[in-house]
Ligand binder design. Structure first.
Ligand code: FAD
Length: 387
């Protein structure tokens, strides 16, 4: 088969890219290793920040993709049970993020692409990429082959695309944040506002995942295996850390140990292969930027590919990696800064660092300039290019 862009992976990155290309009149084929039901039910992220949400507006897809997602208003940081609130959308000049659970986003993107006549092939086993630096790269999979002008590696951290680039052509950065996080999905009423609990019992957070479910995060200590925690222990810890003895429990539907690791591969391209989203970088959930980076990479690449295909102008493709890496590092720094603050502020084993972290946290509530800088990152930015 022949196409203009072969996209590997139908997660948020690949599906966003596919839809934006379709809307721009650029042919593409999407190859996904898993089946449709699996992809549509994978629950992970939940927030589309304001900056990423604007991508769908630009392409006339906002109503269909993010339209009815509740808008974020306040956020709460509770320190040893004492609540404080930040109105981040207002502090960012009226730029709210929206709650759109990842599986809902993926379902909508699949439906929109297929309704537009898109070519999306599930169950594509043994995907391999070839001739990356030649004029006509191709992708093979069990039972098929696609020739393309460009390849987009949107196949996540464990995918095949990044691994197909010669090691000497990539510089990679890997960082273990030294924090253990356990994530629990439960059919329990969501909090009124996104909630973070800083306490000497460890960090915990609670976020809405739709009107009836919550995703909780709990810090665990090195050497512990939180998968062994009983439900009773988990709820008791959450009540303690969130400072809410009346926290309503519900059936736990998912348990996951979250990798608190950062990774960046530079550059994000090799010949005619472009890495997008988690294939190029992963970030901790602190600050909720992983999925947003996937969406913004896809938008930068869609614009660059459209200019290359329709105007023969490859400037955007040459700049793709540098543009995306600037935002990636900006968000990595934000995520690290944020994680350090909320974990160290409760860590009594390091009294000096704890006081520094508490000072950093207090500053958000006492200095309008600090609060605005924080809110600006929450809303999403183009580093070096003011919104
Ligand atoms: P993926 O979602 O990983 O999609 C890659 C796709 O490629 C998958 O469909 C996969 O099946 C497919 N694929 C893989 N290998 C191949 C192959 N060889 N051939 C063909 N297809 C292949 N981010 C946030 O912004 N906020 C959050 O709150 C948040 N919470 C998270 C919680 C958890 C528990 C986890 C695990 C992640 C969380 N993230 C969060 C991160 C977010 O989910 C990712 O950043 C996002 O999914 C990246 O999208 P992607 O399309 O780049 O990659």
């Amino acid at each position: 088969d022949e196409t203009t862009v072969a996209i590997i992976g139908a997660g948020p990155a690949g599906l966003t890219l596919a839809n934006l290309l379709q809307r721009s009149g650029v042919d593409c084929v999407v190859l996904e290793a898993r089946d449709r039901a699996y992809v549509e039910n994978r629950q992970r992220a939940g927030i589309i920040d304001h900056h990423a949400g604007r991508i769908f507006e630009e392409y006339g897809l906002a109503d269909r993709i993010v339209g009815d997602g509740p808008v974020e208003t306040l956020m709460e940081i509770r320190t040893d049970g004492v609540p404080r609130f930040l109105d981040t959308p207002a502090l960012a000049g009226g730029r709210p993020s929206r709650l759109v659970p990842q599986q809902m986003l993926v379902r909508r993107l699949i439906a929109a692409f297929l309704d537009g006549g898109g070519d999306l092939r599930f169950d594509a086993a043994d995907v391999a990429v070839h001739d990356l630096t030649g004029p006509r790269p191709r992708v093979t999979y069990r039972g098929g082959e696609v020739h393309a002008a460009y390849l987009a590696g949107c196949d996540g951290f464990h995918g095949v695309s990044r691994r197909s680039i010669p090691a000497e052509a990539l510089r990679t950065y890997s960082f273990d944040h030294g924090i253990g996080w356990f994530s629990v999905l439960a059919d329990a009423p969501p909090p009124r506002y996104p909630l973070m609990g800083v306490s000497r019992h460890g960090f915990a957070a609670q976020f809405a995942r739709g009107p009836y479910a919550s995703r909780f995060y709990l810090q665990y200590q090195p050497g512990e295996d939180p998968r062994q925690w009983t439900d009773e222990h988990t709820w008791a810890q959450l009540r303690l850390r969130l400072g809410d003895p009346d926290l309503v429990a519900g059936p736990i539907t998912g348990r996951e140990v979250v990798d608190m690791r950062s990774f960046v591969a530079e550059p994000m391209d090799h010949g005619r292969l472009f890495l997008v989203g988690d294939a190029a970088h992963i970030i901790t959930p602190m600050g909720a930027k992983g999925m947003n980076l996937a969406l913004t990479d896809a938008s930068v690449l869609a614009r660059a590919l459209t200019a290359a295909v329709h105007q023969g102008d490859e400037t955007g493709l040459r700049e793709y990696s540098a543009v995306c890496l600037r935002r990636t590092w900006d968000y990595q720094e934000f995520s690290r800064w944020y994680a350090e603050m909320v974990h160290e502020a409760g860590d009594e084993s390091q009294p000096f660092r704890r006081r520094l972290a508490l000072a950093r946290l207090d500053r958000l509530f006492t200095s309008p300039a600090a609060a605005t800088a924080f809110a600006d990152l929450m809303a999403g930015t183009d580093p070096g290019q003011p919104d």
